[in-house]
Design a protein around this ligand. Structure first.
Ligand code: ADP
Ligand code: MG
Length: 255
């Protein structure tokens, strides 16, 4: 049997901006097949840490392993190819593409990698991208968005846009998905939907690392949680155990 490595290991990760230690020596392990939460007050360095892990922001120092492979020096697209994928806010141009087209252009190694390809329209896709279309449609179906496939993404609600962002990430076949506040600004009914889909994805074996501000959602969703404050990791455990630790509660509430 091969050894079971954690999905992701960060060791002494630093990210400085000028003199500002946004991430200041974070070491953590993300276990496979679980939903791991990252919480902490505003400005704690959570988003910076996620960007460093995704490779969209280089680390000042430290090391990141993906299933025991050192990916510290790899750019974001190479990490995505290895299964480490983060969501991105829909760029403004994508409002003028349909919901389906938004998923198609997210797929790797196809002509829709360029915005040019996307703007060529449906007939362009129809030529040889049947497999990707089928995959995108099955995602739309799973996420209850089939009826919207031909609507412009720009007309979607905040929650539907979040779902599109997640589906676009799933088109890259992640093994670990990074989500930075995927429920912020989303209608409570859609929050419940997103919560349900994330749990289904976990059941299927996807590993998720997510930043979330609403602690009741963290409690319901996350198997374990890391707490950051002022660039440092100040605690970890289940949400229930963290709630019993005075200094964690203080750091979070005082922020
Ligand atoms: P969080 O996501 O926990 O709210 P961030 O990672 O966004 O925190 O920010 C951590 C700290 O780093 C904050 O003080 C923020 O102002 C600073 N920071 C983040 N990005 C930059 C940047 N590009 N340039 C300078 N400072 C930044
Ligand atoms: Mg943030």
């Amino acid at each position: 049997m091969p050894p079971e490595h954690p999905m992701l290991v960060a060791t002494d990760v630093h990210r400085h901006f000028e003199g500002m230690h946004a991430v200041d020596g974070v070491s953590l392990e993300v276990p496979r097949g679980q939903i791991t939460g990252l919480i902490g007050p505003n400005g704690a360095g959570k988003s910076t840490f996620m960007a460093v892990v995704a490779g969209t922001l280089p680390a000042t120092s430290g090391r990141i392993l993906l299933e025991a492979e050192d990916i510290t020096r790899l750019p974001a697209y190479a990490r995505a190819r290895r299964g480490l994928v983060r969501t991105f806010q829909l760029p403004s141009e994508f409002a003028r593409l349909t919901v389906l087209e938004n998923l198609l252009v997210a797929a790797p190694h196809n002509r829709g990698d360029s915005l040019f390809g996307a703007l060529m329209g449906r007939r362009y896709w129809a030529q040889d991208e049947e497999r990707i279309v089928t995959e995108a449609r099955s995602l739309l179906q799973r996420f209850g968005m089939s009826a919207k496939e031909s609507d412009y993404a720009g007309t979607m609600s905040g929650g539907q846009k979040r779902l599109i962002e997640i589906m676009r990430a799933l088109m890259l076949h992640p093994r670990i998905l990074l989500l930075d506040e995927p429920m912020s600004g989303v209608h409570p009914r859609v929050i419940e939907q997103i919560q349900y889909y994330l749990q289904v994805l976990r059941t299927e074996g996807l590993t998720i690392l997510m930043v979330e501000h609403e602690l009741h959602l963290v409690e319901q969703l996350c198997d374990s949680v890391f707490v950051m404050a002022q660039g440092k990791l100040i605690g970890s455990g289940t949400m229930a155990s963290l709630r019993r630790q005075r200094e964690i509660v203080d750091a979070y509430l005082v922020g």
